[in-house]
Design a protein around this ligand. Structure first.
Ligand SMILES: C[S@@+](CC[C@H](N)C(=O)[O-])C[C@H]1O[C@@H](n2cnc3c(N)ncnc32)[C@H](O)[C@@H]1O
Length: 280
């Protein structure tokens, strides 16, 4: 008899806990929907401030697929803009390897780390502080790389398209834009609908969209990480809307890569044949 009662208690407590956990997820999504873009960005910046910044992670340098991407689409004569340089893993590797790179990064602590990592190696690079959408760019680049899936961290399709237009306006005639992006979706679609509803109700200046993911990054404050995994064809549609076309698509598992060029451009450099599987 005692065992049955205890079992009943266990199941009830577990069930109530489960219910609270689900309610927390619903309430968090409603809260995220009420944020303004400025407030949402505090969470985005916070996510990347906290991201691992050990010397060993930066020293790891480029991943194999990134090395292939660079070998195939970038030359040492190119003026490169690396968007989302973070703590400097790819920035340090590229500058150290003789590439001519300017970076853009919003997370201040990450910028400080990357500057320190460059200095430790006797290297330097111009790092423009801020979100790509906001920063002033005073010249054109041959290659603009949205690194580390950072294109997926720009909320709203219309704002991403505007960012692509801005990138396109800062390309040289032979310029190309390299984007690797997230594809793995998670969460129940209803949660984002609720977030969207909360945004409409509070007349926030952005709306969560189908497929978006928001995750609480601080248990004590309403700070959220945002990301948008792309469905097949979605990134190509955003590129088209920005007056760009997809010149290459490479199936890097989990984070595919697209190379975009201006609609009127004839193509992009293809210096070496590599293992990156290209579509288009
Ligand atoms: C996954 S980290 C990549 C860091 C580094 N490039 C690497 O691959 O190790 C993504 C970076 O993008 C930055 N980021 C997010 N949104 C951005 C935006 N709108 N403009 C520029 N950078 C952004 C984040 O602060 C973060 O440092």
């Amino acid at each position: 008899m005692r065992d049955v009662v205890v079992r009943l208690l266990t199941v009830t407590l577990f069930g109530v806990g489960h219910l609270f956990a689900r309610s927390t997820r619903v309430l968090n999504h409603l809260a995220a929907g009420t944020l303004t873009i400025r407030q949402l960005r505090v969470g985005i910046e916070r996510t990347w401030e906290e991201f691992s910044a050990r010397d060993i992670d930066v020293a790891a340098g480029l991943m194999a697929w990134e090395e292939e991407m660079i070998a195939r689409f970038v030359t040492r004569d190119d003026d490169v803009l690396l968007v989302g340089s973070g703590q400097g893993r790819d920035l340090v590797a590229l500058v150290g390897d003789g590439y001519n790179v300017t970076a853009v990064e919003p997370a201040r602590r990450a910028i400080a780390t990357s500057r320190r990592q460059l200095a430790m190696r006797g290297l330097s690079a111009d790092i423009i502080e801020g979100f790509f959408e906001d920063v002033a760019l005073h010249r054109r680049f041959d290659v603009i790389i949205f690194s580390g899936c950072c294109y997926s961290f720009i909320p709203e399709s219309r704002r991403r398209i505007a960012a692509l237009r801005k990138a396109s306006e800062h390309l040289t005639a032979r310029g190309r834009i390299l984007i690797n992006y997230m594809t793995e979706s998670s969460g129940h679609p209803m949660l984002i609908r609720l977030a969207r509803f909360a945004g409409a109700l509070t007349r926030s200046d952005w709306r969560p969209e189908p497929g978006d993911i928001v995750l609480l990054v601080d248990p004590a404050r309403p700070l959220f990480h945002y990301e948008h995994p792309f469905r097949p064809g979605e990134i190509e549609s955003e590129a088209l809307a920005a007056g760009l076309r997809t010149a290459h698509r490479c199936d890097v598992p989990g984070n595919p890569l697209v190379v975009l060029v201006a609609n009127e451009a004839s193509g992009c450099v293809n210096h070496s044949s590599t293992g990156l599987k290209a579509g288009v």
